[in-house]
Design a protein around this ligand. Structure first.
Ligand code: CU
Ligand code: CU
Length: 340
């Protein structure tokens, strides 16, 4: 099995017999006819049939034709955040986060040896209202030392940098939730690059005192996976699985307010981005302040995040994807299905 890079994935036209399955999703999209291989025998995805094959190579890849793992509600807990609670200073919000090592199927037949918070990549959506007291019991059931570093304003001994939690250890982080906005959390053990890339990160919403307007709320965490250990990503996703929202488009209604909490935790690449087709949204960096940009494309460095608000003017099927075309072809693409 030769070592392959993402560049090879994108330009390779040789027969696929010796190429790991990781490469196939892309090859089918970019050079399927030239490759002329029989992939069905190697693929575990029910979606992956000869009829889907033609679809994969074209812009219309959607539904059954999209190479995504799992059922239609598998990622609901990562996509739909818990509800916002009204402002009530001093209210205690308690949760437990457990670090575990596990193999995660990120694309059909592609298993990534992950380090996770609560078993998923990204980890659970953490949500609080400004001035809540957040108490997070962190248990390290993984094989390596970890921490949780929350972005926000808090005492430095709650920062998840100096107090390393060894294997089988635990630590309780407690701090007031502030400032209001959209933040992230991630492991801060060294080497940091590895601990983040392995999957230890998640979304952290702090609702403002004055509640945001009611909306259909969604969380999207952009990431990448280096599946061959060469320090470059082979796959890109939102919420952890390639093409998941192409297989299962996100259903929203025409005219309703749709709010997306978008964060980037991609390692190795300098930036990631979100581009919406056929409509515009307003974007508030970090979900703080009142500065909005009206656009259809935003880019984020690792750790950057922001809030998007969209009201779809039309019903129909709206593509969204990274505007790095390569990331799109490697899994970071989906659709909104907007109903009248
Ligand atoms: Cu770690
Ligand atoms: Cu950070």
């Amino acid at each position: 099995m030769p070592k392959f890079t993402r560049k090879k994935l994108l330009c390779l036209t040789a027969p696929l017999a010796a190429v790991p399955i990781a490469g196939k999703l892309v090859l089918e999209g970019s050079s399927a006819e030239a490759a002329g291989h029989d992939h069905a025998a190697h693929n575990t995805s029910a979606s992956h049939t000869s009829t889907s094959h033609a679809a994969v190579g074209h812009a219309a890849m959607i539904g059954e034709g999209a190479p995504a793992v799992g059922g239609p509600h598998d990622l609901d807990a990562l996509l739909y955040p818990p509800p916002a609670l009204p402002h009530e200073p001093g209210r205690l919000r308690e949760l437990t986060i457990v670090a575990t090592d596990r193999e995660v199927e990120i694309a059909p037949g592609v298993f990534f040896p992950a380090w996770t918070y609560n078993g998923t990549i990204p980890g659970p959506v953490v949500r609080a209202t400004e001035d809540d007291v957040l108490r997070v019991r962190f248990v390290n059931a993984g094989a390596h030392p970890h921490t949780i570093h929350f972005h926000g304003i808090h005492p430095t001994n709650m920062d998840g940098v100096f107090e390393i939690v060894e294997r089988d250890g635990e630590l309780t982080y407690e701090f007031p939730a502030r400032p209001a906005g959209f933040h992230v959390y991630h492991c801060h053990a060294t080497p940091l690059k590895k601990h983040i890339h392995k999957g230890l990160y998640g979304a952290f919403i702090i609702d403002p005192k004055e509640p945001r307007e009611p909306a259909r709320e969604l969380v999207m965490v952009m990431n990448g996976y280096d599946t061959d250990g060469d320090g470059e990503n082979n796959f890109y996703t939102v919420n952890g699985r390639t093409f998941y929202y192409a297989r299962y488009p996100i259903r929203v209604k025409q005219g309703e307010l749709v709010r997306v909490y978008l964060a980037n935790l991609t390692e190795f690449d300098l930036v990631n981005s979100f581009h919406l087709h056929a409509d515009f949204f307003r974007y508030q960096p970090t979900g703080t302040g009142d500065r909005w940009e009206y656009t259809d494309t935003v880019m984020q460095c690792q750790g950057q995040r922001g809030v998007l608000e969209i009201r779809f003017a039309h019903a129909g099927t709206f593509m969204f994807h990274a505007h790095q075309s390569e990331f799109t072809e490697l899994g970071w693409m989906g659709y909104f299905q907007v109903e009248e």
